[in-house]
Design a protein around this ligand. Sequence first.
Ligand code: ADP
Ligand code: PAZ
Ligand code: K
Length: 249
Amino acid sequence: MVTETSVLLVDVGNTLIKYALLSNVHEEPKASDSLENLFSFVDVQKNITHLYIASVRNQDMVDEISTMCAARNITFVEKQTEKEAFGIKNSYANVQKMGVDRWLAMICAAEKTKKAFFVMDVGTAITVDFVVNGQHLGGWIVPGFNVMRDALVASTKKVFANDEIPTSFGVGTDTEECVATGCHAAVYGVYLSAVDYISSKQTEFDIILGGGDKKVFAFLESAVNIRPAHLVVQGLARYARKELGDFLA
Ligand SMILES: Nc1ncnc2c1ncn2[C@@H]1O[C@H](COP(=O)(O)OP(=O)(O)O)[C@@H](O)[C@H]1O
Ligand SMILES: CC(C)(COP(=O)(O)O)[C@@H](O)C(=O)NCCC(=O)O
Ligand SMILES: [K+]
């Protein structure tokens, strides 16, 4: 029997694999850097019938997951970026080039607001996509906090960093702090530029924010109406509900 607890939604990002049962999409997804953890969860659950997946990694990983599903008699469904769905029109001429995580982030965001919006996914990369009246205007792909920091350290001799990711806006008084606050300011700059861009198109808009590093915007929480979301798993959930709707018990 197919139920909301038998459908597993899996988001394979460049750093982490995130997964959630369809019944739990509003909770924090589990995160892992290995397939072993994902499939030990599957094996503990025992009742998984469907695995919906969105991947931005290479095909080998997806093939491996597909094989592991086949061995357990689990229906494997891989989602791809589309030209149009759920009232959203993609602006890419070649939609196959767009990471499916960005597409699903838009699908998720469109369920959360009827206004114009931009959706910002703060992970390995930071992606921003703008949607007005259901039309995707385009987007940005920016190095994420860790990629930016590591590239800076790798390209210089006397710049060092620590592992801290600031959650408030400020300046540093030693090298490590200057790197952390500088990369934080750069990420904040992406957000401010996104507000600037969408404001030039539409006065009323919402901001949907997700990704493992969305905490860099914690300092904005009370100031503006930013809606947090588990973008990719919630986008997958819309597809799973649409496709399995008649079968869901
Ligand atoms: N256990 C973890 N391992 C690695 N990164 C983690 C972990 N927990 C949180 N993070 C943070 O989450 C970020 C990855 O965010 P995520 O949205 O999952 O990225 P992606 O979708 O690109 O894999 C990392 O940059 C890191 O700062
Ligand atoms: C931009 C991305 C790397 C973001 O991935 P993530 O940071 O979530 O791992 C991913 O969406 C991707 O590989 N995109 C392909 C290029 C494009 O979207 O145009
Ligand atoms: K991302």
